[in-house]
Design a protein around this ligand. Structure first.
Ligand code: PMV
Length: 358
């Protein structure tokens, strides 16, 4: 049995702006993960997940090996990933084999509700990693990320891939995305191996390690309501106006200041940048009339600010989680109690240690 763990994530700063190629963001990987386990299949391939139960895949024999009938399959990210890795496997001259894939998630609560910790990204990265090992393809860490991004943009063409980077590399990260429209176009006419090897195709993609903040505690609150990232990204896109270039500039400055605060271990600068990241999202929410910072997310953040910390929605907002940094001597139990009084659950998570060098 081969297994691969891929981590959940939270956005710290740069959301929405990061969908533009080259525009920076900061993310963290969490110690909660999705695990993909692959075993040899016996005459057919299957996918099993807690969420969707047992899903038999239709494998057919094609000239170049196995082909998948992925029509009407709900598990889009897994299917897009299998499809792409099978192409890569065939390109590298590796013989096809049936496989049974099992997915287990720590990114949902006991009743299966998603926390919004990047489960689509983690399942994609976990599937790439498990199949890479199963076939002995030998992808580098960066190429595992690249394959995961190519699979993701087939399902969600606008996804920045920041969540995939956190899931792949672990730790605190600064990330900017390549031009996914261009990548998708290239995949049309070239092999996966060619696209992976074309340095030009990945212009804008950058990932750097950042140190964890000094003298600050990380807190995560869950609002209990799910949010639709694709819907919110579309709303922001449709309503972007003359203020959009200024938003991108301010977001870059905010991420740069956060980066400097983290690198120099300056807690005050780090907190200040996080507060500005919240304000930037609020401005975006107001201008598009959307609900990026819901009432519960606002309460989550206000409680933390009143205690001397900084907090903001993580990711697209509209529900899911908020992320907070507070000075190390803060009364954490007091914040948890205040959150609970407003139906906000404190999630006990830690940052996943960095994995490999970026
Ligand atoms: O809502 P999340 O955690 O999936 O994060 C979305 C972040 C956006 O910048 C709004 C979109 C993206 O693809 O990066």
């Amino acid at each position: 049995m081969i297994e691969f763990r891929a981590h959940g994530k939270l956005f710290v700063a740069g959301e929405y702006a990061v969908v533009e190629p080259g525009q920076p963001s900061v993310l963290i990987a969490l110690d909660r993960a999705i695990t993909a386990r692959v075993a040899e299949g016996h005459g057919s391939g299957t996918v099993h997940s807690e969420e969707y139960g047992h899903l038999p895949l239709t494998w057919t024999r094609a000239d170049d090996g196995l082909a998948l009938d992925r029509e009407h399959h709900p598990y889009d990210y897994v299917m897009a990933t299998i499809d792409l890795v099978e192409k890569l496997r065939a390109e590298r001259g590796i013989a096809p084999r049936f496989h049974d894939l099992r997915i287990e998630s720590q990114l949902d609560d006991a009743s299966g509700r998603k926390f919004g910790l990047g489960s689509s990204a983690a399942v994609t990265v976990a599937t790439v990693g498990a199949l890479d090992r199963f076939y002995g393809i030998g992808l580098s860490q960066r190429d595992r990320f690249r394959v995961a991004l190519l699979a993701t943009i087939r399902v969600n063409p606008r996804a920045s891939g920041g969540d995939l980077a956190a899931s792949t590399f672990g730790g605190w990260l600064r990330y900017s995305a390549p031009d996914r429209e261009r990548l998708a176009g290239m995949l049309g006419g070239r092999t996966v191996s060619e696209v992976l090897a074309d340095a030009d195709a990945w212009t804008g993609f950058d990932v750097e390690r950042l140190p964890a903040p000094k003298d600050l505690e990380l807190l995560v609150g869950w609002t209990g309501s799910p949010a639709s990232t694709t819907k919110l990204v579309d709303v922001v896109r449709r309503h972007r106006n003359g203020g959009y270039p200024a938003f991108l500039d301010e977001s870059r400055t905010c991420v740069d200041d956060l980066t400097t605060g983290l690198r120099s271990g300056d807690a005050a600068q780090t907190l200040d940048a996080l507060r500005r990241a919240r304000t930037l999202l609020q401005g975006l929410g107001a201008s598009v009339g959307s609900q990026i910072e819901t009432e519960r997310l606002a309460t989550l953040c206000d409680v933390v600010e009143a205690a001397g910390g900084a907090a903001k929605p993580s990711g697209a907002g509209g529900g899911d989680c908020g992320i907070a940094l507070v000075p190390a001597d803060t009364d954490l139990a007091g914040i948890h109690r205040a959150w609970e009084a407003h139906d906000i659950r404190h999630l006990s998570v830690a940052v996943q240690a960095p994995e490999g060098s970026v």
